[in-house]
Design a protein around this ligand. Structure first.
Ligand code: PLP
Length: 275
């Protein structure tokens, strides 16, 4: 007679969806790779976290960035890809143009849905990418993406438009480079936050949510990670966008004021919400 040890599964667990996350590390825990891991875990996915850059920062702003070695990142990605399935790839802060080029080559080999959060600036205002990185994003990464998730200022910069350009105007330019763009509206002046999905086939959806009062750190990372996880689970893009936006809104609603600056999202399921 066999008895099951409490730590032994009689059968292997069904696979969680695996999301390869290429992101920076934020020691405040609000943004970057920690945001990815927490957001993905909250929806039952497994993050494969590969760090592209280290940052020194608090809840106010970024003090320093140390881009990591592209050879090391490539070695990590190849080691993982040889060992286990990867169901989606999520890109956050890349840290250097050399890293972005390397990541573009790896993503082309892996052939999995690529979700890009084009991290250009920290919430506190510091630049997190230079012109060379922006060029690689435009030329090599955006064309390979499944969807990109810029906020309005990021969409304006990626599209090469000024700060008066609307989401519609940005999308018109960006859809020449990439098949789908989810432009978030928290930086817009509207009462409610309006988030818009544009796809190259001409379809367009928008979702509005109540504007929350805080100033948050890591909201973009949280959204893109939720979206990558839902897409990795096989959910169709418009539905995944709607769910990822709702999950992110709940993470912000439950945010902590951990330090003296921006609030940090708490990435929990809505049913666990304290608010
Ligand atoms: N990734 C890292 C490592 C960061 O440090 C930051 C911002 O400081 C971001 C991403 C972008 O954060 P957000 O989601 O607030 O745009």
């Amino acid at each position: 007679m066999s008895t099951n040890h409490p730590n032994q599964h009689p059968q292997p667990c069904p696979h969680r969806a695996h999301v390869l996350c290429l992101s920076g590390h934020d020691p405040s825990g609000g943004a970057g790779i920690q945001a990815d891991i927490e957001a993905l875990a909250s929806i039952g996915c497994h993050a494969l976290p590969v760090i592209t850059a280290l940052t020194c920062q608090d809840t106010h702003n970024v003090a320093a960035v140390s881009p990591q070695d592209p050879d090391w990142v490539e070695r990590c990605v190849r080691t993982l890809a040889a060992d286990m399935p990867i169901h989606a790839i999520k890109l956050g802060m890349l840290g250097s143009a050399a890293m972005a080029e390397r990541v573009a080559r790896l993503a082309a080999e892996l052939q999995q849905p690529l979700i890009i959060d084009p991290v250009l600036r920290a919430g506190g205002g510091s630049a997190l990418s230079d012109d060379a990185l922006l060029l690689v994003l435009r030329q090599s990464l955006l064309p390979a993406a499944h969807v990109i998730t810029p906020n309005l200022p990021e969409a304006q910069r990626l599209a090469g438009l000024d700060s008066h350009a609307s989401a519609d105007q940005c999308a018109k330019v960006l859809l020449q480079l990439t098949p789908a763009v989810l432009i978030t509206g928290a930086h817009d002046q509207t009462d409610a936050v309006i988030n818009r999905l544009y796809q190259r086939d001409g379809s367009q959806q928008q979702w509005s949510c109540t504007r929350l009062p805080g100033d948050y750190h890591g909201s973009g990372c949280t959204l893109a990670a939720h979206l990558a996880g839902l897409l990795a689970q096989g959910i169709a893009l418009p539905v995944a966008c709607e769910q990822a936006l709702q999950l992110t809104w709940h993470s912000l609603l439950n945010a902590d004021q951990a330090g003296r600056g921006q609030w940090l999202p708490r990435r929990i399921r809505p049913e666990q919400s304290a608010c």
